[in-house]
Design a protein around this ligand. Structure first.
Ligand code: FPP
Length: 247
């Protein structure tokens, strides 16, 4: 088998990879199983991709686990997803510590069920000294929610005269977002063939490379992940400049 991992140029690794894990429901449907069966199998792919990213030396991995729009799903599915998060975090904290991975969360965590929020904050607390990679779970997250929140924070500072309108720059705006401490993603991967952004990291993905791949999330393996990174490395990111300026 072709060794995809060996072809990756470690010197040009994306520092931050963001993933929209899509297709769990369709994966289950294809097996005549309930949708939650897909989410349960999706956890395996979460584990596999986290491991692959850390092994390569990726510094930040952000996973879209639950959007603000996902509350509209049937309550059984929402409850199962929330329980799955509690169980998974509880089970994986040891592995995260063993692998020196720090857990983080972005999103409006105040609206999560108490048990889920507690498990999450406990996982964040117990892994806070790890330094190899940041694993960021986007939970009850949406890009517009974050942008509105940042705008309110900045508006209040201006109203209290702690900040002047002319001090509102890309840097001060970024500092007010929930992703303030993470660099913007270099690469965004969405599985399942959908080619939408679905309210994910709207500010942060401005210059990211997008990879939309047809594989459903529970089938997403390390090799798919390596392939996405190889495709990314074969593209030139120009940040609005022309090729010659990048040399
Ligand atoms: C999208 O598939 C997936 C989700 C909304 C949830 C993702 C959650 C997990 C993989 C499990 C828990 C995660 C962690 C981090 C422990 P979909 O249901 O939208 O699939 P469909 O488009 O085929 O219906």
């Amino acid at each position: 088998m072709e060794d995809l991992k060996a072809q990756i140029n470690i010197a040009k690794l994306p520092e931050h990879i963001a993933v929209i894990m899509d297709g769990n429901g369709r994966w289950a449907k294809g097996r005549m199983q309930p949708r939650v069966f897909g989410h349960k199998n999706g956890v395996k792919a979460v584990r596999e991709i986290t491991e692959a990213a850390a092994e390569l030396g990726v510094k930040y991995l952000t996973l879209y686990a639950f959007s603000t729009e996902n509350w509209n799903r049937p309550s059984f599915e929402v409850n199962t997803l929330m329980r799955l998060l509690v169980d998974t975090i509880g089970r994986e904290v040891k592995t995260l510590n063993k692998n020196n991975i720090r857990l983080n969360a972005i999103g409006d965590l105040s609206k999560l069920p108490t048990k889920t929020r507690k498990a999450l904050l406990d996982g964040v607390e117990r892994t806070k000294h790890n330094t190899r990679m940041d694993l960021v779970l986007a939970l009850n997250y949406s890009g517009r929610w974050d942008i509105l929140n940042a705008t309110k924070t900045i508006a209040e500072k201006v109203a209290r005269q702690e900040m002047k309108t002319e001090d509102i720059t890309e840097a001060t705006y970024k500092a007010a977002l929930s992703t303030a401490t993470f660099p913007d993603p270099d690469l965004m991967i969405r599985t399942s063939g959908e080619t939408r952004l679905s309210n994910f990291l709207l500010w942060e993905l401005s210059y990211a490379e997008f990879q939309f791949i047809p594989t459903l999330w529970p089938d997403f393996t390390k090799n798919h992940f390596y392939e996405c990174i190889l495709n990314y490395q074969n593209k030139e990111r120009r940040f609005g400049m022309i090729s010659e300026q990048l040399v």
